[in-house]
Every structure is written in C-alpha cells, then in structure tokens.
Design a protein around this ligand. Structure first.
Ligand SMILES: Nc1ncnc2c1ncn2[C@@H]1O[C@H](COP(=O)(O)OP(=O)(O)OP(=O)(O)O)[C@@H](O)[C@H]1O
Length: 347
C-alpha cells in the first residue's frame, strides 16, 4: 500500500496553528452543539439541576477519541453556568505544586478543565482527590522528617476532565466524577450540519451535495470535517469560482488524496498490516501494534473504534480480524471462507 500525503489532513489530532480557527468555529452554547444527543441531554440535566439548587455541579468527565468536541463541551459547561474557565492539561501538571497554585487561584463556581487527564502525574492526582471531594488541598512545606502539611481551603469549583483513554484513569479518580459523558463518532448527517454551520461562519458557499461529500469523508470527526472544508474552500477559490459543489468537493479531495472513507494513516497502516502481514487475522492487538510501530493503547483506543464502526475490523476473542470490506477497501479480493487460517495447535 502506498502512503498518502493526506496523512496530516486526515489526522483527528489538531495541527499546528489550527487552534485559532477552531476557536472561531467552536459552538458556544449547548443548543448550538451538534450531535451527541445522549451526552447533551444528560449534561443539560446535570447543569440545570445545579443551577436551580444554586451549587456548582458535580465534576464531569468527558471521554472519547480526539476531535469529537470535548474541549468545546468543557467551554460550554462554563458558559452555561456563567462561570470562568481555567484550562490546563495532565502533562502540564507534573508537580503537585503546579496544581496547588492553579486550585488556590480558583474563584467560587469556576470551571477547571484538565485535558488528557489520564496523563496527570501521581502526586498531582492524589492532590486532586481531596480537592474534588472536600475542596481542600494539603500543601507540604519543607522536606524530609521535618516536612509538615498545611491544609488549605479552596473555593468550590467544577472539574471537567477530558480523556481519550478512560480505561487508563485510576479507580479513585474515576469515582470522583459525578457524571461521565461518553462521546461517540458523529453520523454523516450530523457532520453535514457541522460543515454547513462552519461554512456559514467562514463565509463559504457550499451546495447540499458538496457538504454531504465532505461530511462522508470526515471519519466521524468534526475536527476533520472543518479541516476538509477549509481545504476544499482553498481549491474552490483558486481553481473555481469559490462555490463548493459536489464536483468541486470531489476534485479537491482527490488533490489532497483523501481516502474515500476518510481513513487516516494509522487506520490504513493497521488494515494493511492485518491483511498483508497476518492474512486478515485473527491477530492480537499487541502484535498488530508492533507491526505498525504504535502503542497498543493507541491502536486500541484511537484507531480501532472507528475501524469497527466503519465495518472494516472485527474484535473477536481470538484477535483482530479484517472484514471483507477491509480487503475491498485496499483493492484486494477477500479470501474465500475456507482460505482463512484455521485454529492451530497453539490457539
Ligand atoms: N458538536 C459540534 N458541533 C460543531 N462543531 C464542533 C462540534 N464538536 C467539535 N466541533 C469542532 O471541532 C473542533 C475540535 O473540537 P474540540 O477541540 O472540542 O475537540 P476535542 O475532542 O477536545 O479534541 P482534542 O481532545 O483533540 O482537543 C473544533 O473546532 C470545534 O469547533
């Protein structure tokens, strides 16, 4: 299989310099947030009930693959509560002191957003337990046997944590969240609405068919939909009259070598390894991860959920298996059932 130059265009992770345009495109209220009906409804109840009781809502954990709107939702939580938001991330909280400084600066009712919360260092995590439960931190002064711990009251706040790996969170941390929202990949019609909304904000005219084509190739991810829209806009402005039709969208996406299904580099590498190196499987996730040079958890939690949803990969008790759709997507003929490797002595 050839490597596509579209790798970056299709990545669900943010690209350099993209945050600014993402800010422009972020929905700012719950009613503007497209899709995720279950999480939206549940969150609405949590927020409304807290508002009526006049207390900060329970801590909220948002879990799901990158680019599905966790940061946007965290900001919406603050906006709906009319509260300020402080933003940090797990990797930035290496020392407990960094977190203590952040917590002691919070005003009553503030929202503290910790992205990638599963990557928080252990001492900071332990400090967070007490802060989440009792709105208190223990600050350790001095070192060695003479060290003393001074309890410090902090203002009641709401923590919103985001993670792509809820399984990597320790039990005690997970238990301290009163509400967990599991974000799902978006359906094509929801992404179509995302594309239309963003087109309006960016002043791009787009036909229904053009918008649907961009949505269909966006890997169920609003971040990718917004990026593809901007690349198609570039093509439309330079090569056409600026208007995005189905033909313009298709021609532009061909230039950027965007996969028909919007699969990204890792998705394609996994399918390719599965088919070319392991005869379509079954193969264990660790072996598959080594073959594509990735961490098993990345393959399992970032890549596989979309491949399963797209009907390309099946997770079976004996390992991962490429479906007929995967073979066909790679331009190959799926093996007849009898050709599949059978169980061996060691299975
Ligand atoms: N439901 C939505 N409706 C409209 N736009 C959305 C929606 N969800 C996400 N977006 C857009 O997609 C982009 C990425 O969203 P966001 O940064 O919130 O994702 P994320 O899940 O926090 O990703 P990461 O964890 O990688 O930062 C933003 O530009 C945002 O405007």
């Amino acid at each position: 299989m050839t490597e596509h130059p579209a790798d970056e265009t299709l990545s669900a992770l943010p690209q350099q310099g993209e945050r600014e345009v993402e800010t422009t495109l972020r929905p700012s209220r719950l009613t503007e947030f497209i899709g995720q009906p279950r999480v939206r409804e549940q969150l609405e109840l949590v927020l409304e009930s807290a508002r009526r009781r006049g207390v900060p809502p329970d801590h909220v954990l948002l879990s799901g693959p990158p680019g599905l709107g966790k940061t946007s939702l965290a900001m919406i939580v603050a906006a709906e509560l009319d509260a300020s938001i402080r933003i940090t991330s797990g990797p930035a909280l290496e020392r407990a002191g960094d977190l203590a400084a952040m917590l002691s600066n919070l005003a009553e009712g503030d929202v503290l957003f910790i992205d990638e919360i599963h990557r928080i260092a252990r001492p900071a995590e332990e400090m967070l337990y007490l802060a989440m439960e009792d709105f208190r931190v223990d600050v350790v002064v001095g070192k060695g046997p003479g060290a003393t711990s001074i309890p410090l009251e902090i203002a009641p706040f709401t923590l919103v944590g985001a993670t792509t790996r809820s399984g990597a969170l320790t039990g005690p941390l997970r238990d301290r969240f009163g509400f967990t929202g599991q974000m799902e990949f978006y359906a094509d019609d929801e992404l179509d609405q995302v594309v239309k909304r963003s087109a309006k904000i960016l002043d791009i005219t787009v036909d229904d068919d053009g918008s649907a084509e961009i949505a269909r190739r966006s890997r169920g991810t609003p971040r990718i939909a917004n990026r593809l829209l901007r690349r198609v806009r570039d093509y439309a402005e330079v090569r056409e009259d600026g208007h995005v039709t189905l033909g313009v969208a298709r021609a532009a996406l061909k230039v950027y070598d965007v996969d028909e299904l919007g699969l990204d580099r890792l998705d394609r590498a996994v399918l390719s390894a599965l088919v070319h190196s392991f005869g379509g499987g079954p193969v264990g996730v660790s072996t598959l991860a080594v073959a594509v040079g990735e961490e098993p958890t990345t393959v399992e939690e970032v890549c596989e959920p979309y491949l399963v949803r797209a009907g390309m990969l099946a997770r079976t008790p004996r390992g991962r298996v490429a479906t007929a759709g995967a073979w066909e997507h790679l331009g190959l003929r799926p093996p007849a059932r009898g050709d599949q490797p059978g169980p061996t002595l060691f299975d």
